[in-house]
Design a protein around this ligand. Sequence first.
Ligand SMILES: Cc1ncc(COP(=O)(O)O)c(C=O)c1O
Ligand SMILES: N[C@@H](CCOP(=O)(O)O)C(=O)O
Length: 425
Amino acid sequence: MNYYSTKNKDISKSFREAVIEGLPADNGLFMPEYIPQLPKDYFETIQDKNIQEIAFDILKPFVEDDLNEEQLRKIIIKTFSFDFPLQKINGNNYALELFHGPSYAFKDVGATFLALCLEEFYKEEQEECTILVATSGDTGGAVAAAFSKVKNIEVVILYPSGKVSELQEKQLTTFDQNVKALEIDGNFDDCQQLVKQAFLDADLRKHLNISSANSINVARFLPQMVYYFAPFIEFGNEPLTIAVPSGNYGNLTAGLIAQEMGLPVKQFITGANSNDVVPRFLNSGKYQPKPTIQTISNAMDVGNPSNFQRMMDLFSENKIKEKVKGYAFSDEATLEVMKKVNSENDYLLDPHGAVGYLSLTEYMKTSEGIGVFLETAHPCKFMDVVKKVTDKNILPDSAQALMQKEKKSVKMEVDYERFKEFLLQ
Ligand SMILES: Cc1ncc(COP(=O)(O)O)c(C=O)c1O
Ligand SMILES: N[C@@H](CCOP(=O)(O)O)C(=O)O
């Protein structure tokens, strides 16, 4: 399987090349050149499989030219090493909990898979590499945890100063060794823009091997297809409605590719906070990015999502509007539903999962069947918001220990030349 650029279909890179380069030089995004098809009867026996076996079936065709079966199995066992439980909330509505990994957010899957792929590739190359990552809160923590012990790889995390939660910030800024945090005086889109500019800077790339750990990297977003299969281990081949709380749209894009492979999704729903550029597009046909708005679901504070390019590469405008229904919700509605579900169903949503739940229940007002929303982060990551819902202490011991550690970051304006200087130091 090779990968093309969304800006130039003649570009053809192996999986290994696409992962190492991160972003094509033409500022497009890498895409698999075809979507493998699962056997028609795959879902008749899916209940006999575990998530690691499914991950192997799903990911093999995307990587097999560069990772042999033994390497892939090893990577999968380490990546899918925690549970993805399904919790019934009420009626036919279920939460798929994706936050039982090391950083308490769904990003652990993609970050670990990417780190282990790069470790394999750089083991052979004997070279060093710098991973650049822009984060609105969760990607950075997952990447820091996944890469903290990987040899020959340095990580530089850019995060928007004052716009991530306290626990998220500790996850970004308390690793010594190979992980450095840059606290940017701007928003997530500024961080993402600085990273993208670095990839387009031929001079920088002459001096430094850089790659990306955002969902722009194919090894970050493709493994995110796998957990969409988890509810089908319980429900077999029954088509499900799946709601995805979205920001940079890597997660939804992974789900759409899984659906193209054969995953029986009846309908995808996307839920956004006030950063509603994609729901507005789905409902009006106009794609008009706006400056980022700060919300209580901060990891979804993205004004100009990277993966919109991939969605438009996969489908025509009419097709995407059929495949995905989009809704947006205010902070007031998010907090209100967190309180309601906590008191009526004894389930504590995090603010991102709450947006997913809101979008699912909105759609289900006029539809039938089983609905699943992705619970993408543990509520303990957002204690400032959670305190308004419950006074229970929900902080796990490991997070408590992290909160005691000292923050180490370098402050920086949104200034590409300073960023470049920092990278070349
Ligand atoms: C907790 C949480 N939920 C949802 C999202 C949105 O995911 P995506 O950027 O893949 O749309 C993010 C960040 O990306 C997140 O950290
Ligand atoms: N919500 C993300 C933003 C970056 O998304 P990514 O999936 O492209 O890495 C975050 O938490 O940083």
